[in-house]
Design a protein around this ligand. Structure first.
Ligand code: F6R
Length: 259
């Protein structure tokens, strides 16, 4: 796991966008794993600007990490709509190639299996963007999630519902259920970039980067990922024991290495 401590969200957005630009230039039909929430927004902002300057996404595909269950069709906070609004409507990706779990499916297990098949049929995820919850979740894999899990329905922990209530009119509107790629699904991505900013993420970052690998902290499974990059600002890095070592390593990294 590579930990990069940066000055702020703009720098994080630029560095993650560099990795995505390098990928889609090298592999125009790249498959991106797309997170929602606040953490990836600077990356989407930066990629939209690079698209305006000529970066081509016409052959790229995208798979959202997760979706709420039970929101009315077209709800502004459904992750399908958030991904479109914040990112895919701002670039020239083919809308037919942007996929989200089917939160309104009548047969949820079948929809989850179909989602897994669609990821496999696309050739697997090349680069997965992730945020992390204050409880250590990635996707909506809450504490206790199986490390082998695939796309399925999950219940949200109350803390996550409270964290996400800022996007809704009230806590009561935040759904209790979600469909999320599993930890096993996320671990199959060829490169994972997790972004965490702000002091409220410091404990989760410390737990998953330097704590034991344990289901109580789902993001800790990334310690087993062969290519996981963690981009954090100073506040999110503030509880890391080895922060100086991560800074030294990144500052002295060979320029040919990339992320
Ligand atoms: C969103 C997702 C979640 C968020 C996490 C952090 O698709 O899967 O794991 O990444 O809840 O959310 P923010 O970035 O809003 O703090």
């Amino acid at each position: 796991m590579e930990v990069v401590i940066l000055g702020g969200s703009r720098q994080i957005g630029r560095l993650a966008a560099d990795a995505i630009e390098e990928l889609v230039t090298r592999k125009p039909e790249a498959v991106l794993g797309l997170a929602t929430g606040s953490s990836p927004l600077p990356v989407y902002e930066e990629l939209a600007a690079r698209h305006a300057a000529g970066l081509d996404f016409s052959r790229v595909s995208g798979f959202a990490l997760d979706e709420y269950v039970g929101l009315p069709e077209g709800h502004a906070e459904s992750y399908r709509n958030v991904i479109r609004r914040e990112f895919t409507d701002r670039i020239n990706i083919d809308p037919a190639n942007v996929h989200s779990p089917e939160g309104s499916a009548t047969d949820i297990p079948a929809a989850c299996a179909a989602y897994e098949s669609a990821i496999t049929a696309a050739g697997g995820v090349d680069l997965q963007l992730l945020g992390v919850g204050t409880d250590g979740h990635i996707g909506f894999n809450e504490p206790g999630s199986s490390f082998a899990s695939r796309t399925r329905i999950k219940s949200l922990i109350e803390r996550t519902r409270r964290d996400n209530a800022r996007f809704f009119n009230s806590l009561a509107e935040v759904p209790h259920h979600v469909i999320t790629q599993g930890l096993g699904t996320i671990m199959d991505a060829r490169h994972v970039i997790l972004i965490a900013t702000g002091a409220q993420k410091a404990q989760a970052v410390r737990d998953f980067v330097e704590g034991p690998v344990a289901a109580i902290c789902p993001a800790s499974v990334l310690q087993f990922h062969p290519h996981a990059t963690v981009l954090v600002d100073e506040a999110a890095a503030s509880a890391l024991k080895l922060a100086d070592f991560y800074r030294h390593t990144y500052d002295n990294k060979p320029s040919w290495q990339g992320l």
